[in-house]
Design a protein around this ligand. Structure first.
Ligand code: UD1
Length: 351
C-alpha cells in the first residue's frame, strides 16, 4: 500500500515521527513523506527530523509563510502535481493546520482516499483557523482516527461515526516513547542558563498574538506573578512582541527548542502556561498542572481536578490559577494505551 503522508508544521512532525516509525516497519506499506514547508526555520522544522529520526522528506514544497489563502493555495498546487505523479492508494494528514487542509482538499478532489489523524477535535470557535481546517478535513476524509472518546462523539454527532475509529492519541505514544530517551540522558536535553525553578510558557495562537489587548494582558499577568517564567518563543510572537510589549524581568525568552528539549523543560517546570493544544496534553501526560491561555480547549479530558485551568488572557484568572493547589487525583487514561500508531496502521491496511 502506497501512502503519501503530508506534514508541514511543528506539531505534525512529532505525530508523523511516531506514525512513520510504525508504517515503515511493515513491509506491506510504502510511505512517501511530503513536507509542505509551512515551517522552515531550522528550529521549527529540521531539528525535529534530525533528533526524532524522521526520514528525510521525499518532497519539500518550501511554500513558507503567507496569508491563509496564499499559503493553502500554494500548497495545493504543488501537492496536486506530486499526487498525480505518485498515484498513492491514500494520503495521511495530521491535525488542523493549513497543511492538513491543503493535503486533504487536494487529495479528495483527485479521488484519492484521505485518512485524518487527530480527527474530531472541536473548540466550537469558528474564529480559529484550526477549527475551520478540522471541520473541512473531517468532512472530506474517508477514514477518521479519533484520539479521544470526546472526539468520537463529536464525529458521531456530525454523522461521521461510520468512518471513525478510536485509536488513542499518537502524541501520547510519542511522550511515552521519547520520555525513555530523556530519562536515559537528562543532561543532554537540559536547557542552559535558565532559572532552577520556573514556570514554562508558550504563546503563538493568532487570538493572542494578533490581539494587542490579549497579548498585553498576558504579559501584565506574567509580570505580577513573582515567579520566573521560561518562554521559548515562536517566530510570529517574537515579531509582534518587539513592537507591542515591554518584557517583564521575570520572563526569560529563549529561541524555539526541539521536541526533546521541550519535554525536558516541561518535566522540570512547576507549571505550564500555554495556548498550544499539544503542550496542554504533554503537560497532562507528564503530570504538570497547566493553565490554558485561551477561552476554551478541545482537550476537555485534561480539565478534571484542575490539571488544566482555562483562563484566557484575563490577568486575575491567570493569577488565581497560578496560586491554586496542585491537583491530587491521578491523570486518567483517556488518550489510549500508547499504541495509537499501531492501530492506525492496522486500520489503514484495510482502508
Ligand atoms: C501553525 C498552525 C497552528 C499550529 C502551529 C504550531 C495554521 C493555521 N496554524 O501556526 O495550528 O499550532 O503552526 O506552531 O496552520 N514563521 C517563521 N518561521 C517558521 C514558521 C513561521 O518565521 O519556520 C513565522 C512567520 O512570520 C509566519 C508566522 O510565523 O508568518 C506564522 O506561521 P504559520 O505557519 O502561518 O502559522 P503558525 O502560527 O506557526
Amino acid at each position: 500500500m502506497k501512502i503519501v503522508s503530508i506534514v508541514g508544521a511543528r506539531p505534525q512532525f512529532v505525530k508523523a515521527a511516531t506514525v512513520s516509525r510504525v508504517l515503515r516497519r511493515d513491509p506491506a506499506t510504502r510511505e512517501i513523506l511530503l513536507h509542505t514547508g509551512q515551517h522552515y526555520d531550522d528550529n521549527m522544522s529540521e531539528i525535529f527530523f534530525r533528533e526524532l529520526n524522521i526520514p528525510e522528506p521525499d518532497y519539500n514544497l518550501e511554500v513558507g509563510s503567507g496569508s491563509h489563502a496564499e499559503q493553502t493555495g500554494a500548497m495545493m498546487k504543488r501537492i496536486e502535481e506530486i499526487l498525480l505523479k505518485e498515484k498513492p492508494d491514500c494520503t495521511l494528514v495530521y491535525g488542523d493546520t493549513n497543511s492538513t487542509l491543503a493535503g486533504a482538499l487536494t487529495s479528495a478532489k483527485l479521488h484519492i482516499p484521505v485518512a485524518h489523524v487527530e480527527a474530531g477535535l472541536r473548540s466550537f470557535n469558528r474564529a480559529m483557523p484550526e477549527e475551520i481546517n478540522r471541520i473541512v478535513t473531517d468532512r472530506i476524509a474517508g477514514l477518521l482516527f479519533a484520539p479521544t472518546q470526546t472526539a468520537v462523539s463529536h464525529l458521531t454527532h456530525e454523522g461521521l461515526g461510520d468512518i471513525t475509529c478510536f485509536t488513542g492519541d499518537v502524541m501520547y505514544d510519542s511522550v511515552l516513547y521519547y520520555k525513555g530517551w530523556l530519562l536515559k540522558d537528562p543532561e543532554k536535553y537540559r536547557t542552559p542558563e535558565i532559572p532552577a525553578k520556573y514556570m514554562l510558557a508558550t504563546i503563538h495562537r493568532a487570538e493572542n498574538t494578533d490581539n494587542p489587548v490579549n497579548l498585553k494582558n498576558i504579559f501584565t499577568a506574567f509580570s505580577e506573578l513573582n515567579q520566573d517564567i521560561v518562554l521559548p518563543i515562536h517566530p510570529r510572537t517574537r515579531k509582534i512582541l518587539q513592537s507591542q510589549v515591554s518584557l517583564p524581568e521575570n520572563v526569560h525568552i529563549i529561541d524555539p527548542v526541539g521536541y526533546l528539549q521541550m519535554l525536558k523543560l516541561t518535566l522540570d517546570a512547576t507549571r505550564v502556561l500555554t495556548d498550544s493544544g499539544g503542550l496542554q496534553k504533554e503537560a497532562y501526560f507528564l503530570e504538570k498542572p497547566c493553565i490554558t491561555l485561551r477561552t476554551e480547549t478541545e482537550w476537555v479530558e485534561t480539565l478534571h481536578d484542575r490539571w488544566n485551568i482555562i483562563t484566557g488572557s484575563d490577568p486575575g484568572l491567570i493569577r488565581q490559577a497560578v496560586l491554586s493547589e496542585h491537583p491530587t487525583t491521578p491523570i486518567r487514561p483517556a488518550f489510549g494505551n500508547g499504541k495509537a500508531a499501531e492501530m492506525i496502521l492496522q486500520k489503514l491496511l484495510l482502508f
